[in-house]
Design a protein around this ligand. Structure first.
Ligand SMILES: NC(=O)C1=CN([C@@H]2O[C@H](COP(=O)(O)OP(=O)(O)OC[C@H]3O[C@@H](n4cnc5c(N)ncnc54)[C@H](OP(=O)(O)O)[C@@H]3O)[C@@H](O)[C@H]2O)C=CC1
Ligand SMILES: N[C@@H](CC=O)C(=O)O
Length: 406
């Protein structure tokens, strides 16, 4: 892209960008990019110690190693662009502080939602509004897997292997499928939207690895798609952040976001609901976001305005309590003794002031049945109590408890 769009980039930046050194892991690997005239090395200090180089781009992944290299580059006075959400979510504040101290830029647009320019949009276009909710599909791999399972009948392992082949998944896809990658992105989105430095441990995280084909089918029958959704919501001045499988109504645009695409809804008190859609993973979409950062830094160097934070908004906000977070839920239970279990279920729901508006069941072998119900709105605290009480019931197993988007 730097070569093909060189003329446009030069006219926007006012200078010609030159790649001096590329650092890789395996010097013998065949590359599809023409690196004629570029120094190729496996030593990051070839960049960090080169006084001619003004900017370092980190797209190697990892946490500790990348952190060491970025810190060294910032200490050497180099501006940094990174796509590393793991690192920014876990160590963003200290890296941002170091960059500021050194008068350097640190940009990371590609770290959230791949090719969608969502961080820059929040910083620039929502600067005057009060954001009340950010929710969406922020992991391409899991959305690709769920789409392939749903629409093409692929099994989980085959769909994951395809996501890896296409370059959407992380080097170790555990973080993708267990919701950690989406949670890292929600940490960054929460920081940008609400000015709040939330920790990974403050987020309820559940991935897709345990989503059952029976729940996908039942959700579909009821008019929903199960999607891995991240949500950061302002509730009475407090923030709640979650990443989990959610039943999305077919009529909601998020239900139709397929494959590696991502979509982020940003709701502002003034503007209302806005939706940003595009490829959330993949080589060129990610490269476009990285290049938009490179161009921003280059312009800042030109104008002598480096050293300001990507996001300047900071404000102290509390985490919401389980009592404050209210949603309808989908519950799937496996039972043996049906009439007895149904009675118990109804009792437990009533004792916890909860009710359901829909209940279905399917027969399973050995006299067992799978009961699926959609509740009316209840707090996360109520749900927790109901789950604890149901766990005490003999011959009853909770198979799923997912939020329903309304
Ligand atoms: N893939 C995607 O769609 C997206 C990825 N990201 C983020 O971008 C980063 C990179 O992801 P991705 O491109 O998929 O990863 P890849 O594994 O495809 O690429 C990593 C690159 O880093 C190089 N590298 C790895 N370790 C070292 C090391 N110790 N020293 C020098 N070079 C090293 C590798 O070299 P070699 O080629 O020799 O192996 C390779 O070129 C991650 O932080 C990821 O989370 C962000 C948004 C989207
Ligand atoms: N593994 C990530 C890549 C982009 O951030 C994803 O699948 O979304």
């Amino acid at each position: 892209m730097l070569t093909e769009h060189a003329g446009k980039i030069t006219s926007i930046v006012g200078r010609q960008l030159e790649v001096k050194t590329v650092v890789v892991h395996d010097l013998n690997k065949q590359r599809s990019v023409d690196l004629t005239g570029v120094k190729v090395s496996n030593d990051p200090f070839e960049i960090i110690n080169d006084s001619e180089i003004q900017m370092m781009v980190e797209v190697m992944g990892t946490i500790d190693q990348a952190k060491d290299y970025i810190e060294a580059a910032l200490r050497a006075g180099k501006h940094v662009v990174t796509a590393n959400k793991d690192l920014i979510a876990l160590h963003g504040p200290s890296l941002v502080a170091l960059a500021r101290e050194k008068g350097c830029d640190l940009f990371y647009e590609a770290s959230v939602a791949g090719g969608i320019p969502i961080l820059r949009t929040i910083v620039n276009s929502f600067a005057a509004d009060r954001i009340v909710e950010v929710k969406g599909i922020v992991n391409g791999t899991t959305n690709f897997i769920m789409t392939q399972m749903n629409q093409n009948g692929l099994d989980y392992a085959t769909a994951l292997a395809q996501a890896q082949e296409k370059g959407f998944a992380e080097a170790d896809p555990t973080n993708d499928v267990e919701g950690i990658d989406a949670a890292y992105k929600m940490v960054i989105l929460t920081q940008f939207a609400f000015g709040m430095d939330i920790k990974l441990a403050d987020i309820y995280v559940e991935g897709i690895s345990k989503v059952h084909a029976a729940d996908i089918a039942e959700a579909k029958r009821l008019g929903y798609q199960i999607k891995l959704l991240g949500r950061a919501k302002l509730i009475d001045g407090s923030i709640d952040v979650t990443v989990a499988p959610v039943l999305v109504p077919q009529t909601q645009p998020l239900a139709n976001v397929a494959n590696e695409n991502n979509a982020v809804f940003v709701t502002g008190a003034a503007v209302g609901e806005t939706m940003f859609y595009g490829p959330g993973a993949g080589e060129l979409p990610t490269a476009n976001s990285v290049l938009s950062d490179i161009i921003t830094v280059s312009k800042n160097i030109n104008m002598g305005t480096t050293g300001t934070r990507f996001n300047e908004y900071q404000t102290p906000i509390q985490k919401a309590t389980d009592d404050q977070v209210v949603d309808p839920y989908y519950l799937a239970l496996e039972v043996a003794d049906r009439p007895g279990q149904m009675l118990k279920l109804t009792e437990i729901m009533t004792e916890n002031q909860a009710s359901f508006n829909l209940l279905t069941q399917t027969e399973l072998p050995d006299q067992r049945a799978r009961i699926m119900l959609v509740t009316h709105e209840m707090s996360r605290q109520q749900l927790k109590r109901i789950k604890v009480a149901l766990q005490e019931v003999a011959d009853l197993e909770i198979k799923a408890a997912y939020k329903v988007l309304n």
